[in-house]
Ligand binder design. Structure first.
Ligand SMILES: Cc1ncc(COP(=O)(O)O)c(C=O)c1O
Length: 352
């Protein structure tokens, strides 16, 4: 049979993902060193959070030891203070311009609060852009601190794009909540603390929104202990990074409401967290709303700790299939504790 050359589909020499990987390789290489530097830079400003052994979670699986990294007890109630301090300390050491003009950031709440805290310490004014449906409790916490909050768009990426544009217009520095190597390096200090406290950990469960937290932890941990399995956790209702890694490019996908509002929404175009997740995340677990809600209540009942939806989601990722972790030493990153009393009351009425 004659072969029609026009019908032959040739693969492009490399996919977008490969091209992106090459472009970002240098930055990705530098992240371990940046994380070590971040650790030295921020440690006097933040807490070294406890890594607490969980008997009730460990008992759910055979020969399994589960530890919870309690970032819910971190200053400002979430891990976000690590990246915020690292970034703002670097900016403030670079000169007085930032101090005078301030920074603009975008946030689902926690990163905004972290920037405000770091900005307060360093004398840097902060404006926070949030999407319109931002969690009431987190918005109110920002307003209570007298922060300038601008509501824009219906997804975090819309708020981020507008915040970037405003920073250009107003000639201020824009601080991304995840697409920034200094922010990622700050979050990566959690990986360093985990390995120091639990050097023989087998796997680490990490919540994923824009991917800054898991990128920092995974890059550092894979360098120091490559055998550690890094598992990304997302709500079934909002799983943009999971779908993006599957597709080999950042996808546009609408998110539904989720209790894990900290991880909800899209991922900024060309975010460096995408190649980092594609390269360093070994597996993914998706968690439904009931599993998130029950995990939040579980923490209250069994550990007397208040955690927010994103942390419940990550604990729920373990609890939905504990057998997967039998024989292993597991660390779950309980990323935040900022949950409003109304949400908590509702969950208590549903699950107790
Ligand atoms: C409590 C909490 N957990 C997880 C995340 C997700 O972090 P990242 O966007 O770095 O993946 C956020 C982001 O705001 C958060 O506030």
């Amino acid at each position: 049979m004659e072969c029609d050359p026009t019908s032959i589909k040739t693969e492009p020499p490399f996919t977008d993902y490969d091209a992106q990987l090459t472009a970002y390789r240098e930055t990705m290489e530098s992240l371990v060193q940046r994380t070590l530097e971040a650790h030295g830079r921020i440690q006097q400003y933040i807490y070294k959070t406890p890594l607490t052994y969980s008997i009730p979670l460990s008992k759910q699986s055979i020969d399994c030891k589960v530890f919870i990294k309690l970032e819910s007890e971190q200053l400002t109630g979430s891990f976000k203070i690590r990246g915020a301090f690292n970034k703002l300390l670097k900016l403030s050491s670079a000169g007085d311009v930032v101090k005078h003009s301030g920074i603009i950031t975008a946030s689902s709440g926690n990163h905004g609060m972290a920037c405000v805290e770091a900005g307060g310490t360093l004398g840097i004014p902060v404006t926070v852009y949030c999407q319109r449906g931002v969690d009431e409790h987190k918005k109110q916490a920002l307003l209570d601190r007298g922060v300038r909050v601008v509501l824009h768009g219906n997804d975090c990426v819309e708020a981020e794009n507008e915040a970037r544009a405003a920073a250009m217009r107003e000639q201020k520095e824009y601080v991304s909540p995840y697409n920034d190597v200094d922010v990622i390096a700050g979050q990566g200090t959690i990986g360093k603390e985990i390995l120091e406290s639990c050097p023989d950990v087998d796997c680490i469960l990490v919540p994923v929104g824009g991917g800054g937290l898991i990128s920092g932890i995974a890059r550092y941990v894979k360098q120091v202990r490559p055998s550690v399995e890094i598992i990304g956790c997302q709500p079934q209702n909002s799983k943009v990074m999971f779908e993006s890694v599957k597709a080999g490019r950042i996808v546009l996908e609408e998110s539904l409401d989720t209790l894990s509002e900290g991880t909800a929404g899209g991922v900024e175009e060309n975010s460096i967290t995408f190649p980092l997740c594609a390269e360093y995340v070994d597996d993914w677990i998706l968690v439904d709303e009931e599993e998130i809600g029950k995990a939040i209540i579980f923490m209250l009942q069994h550990h007397h700790k208040v955690v927010e939806g994103a942390a419940g989601m990550t604990l729920g990722a373990y609890m939905k299939n504990p057998e997967r972790f039998s024989g292993k030493k597991v660390v779950v990153v309980a990323c935040g504790g900022n949950i409003g009393i109304d949400k908590l009351k509702h969950l208590l009425s549903l699950y107790t």
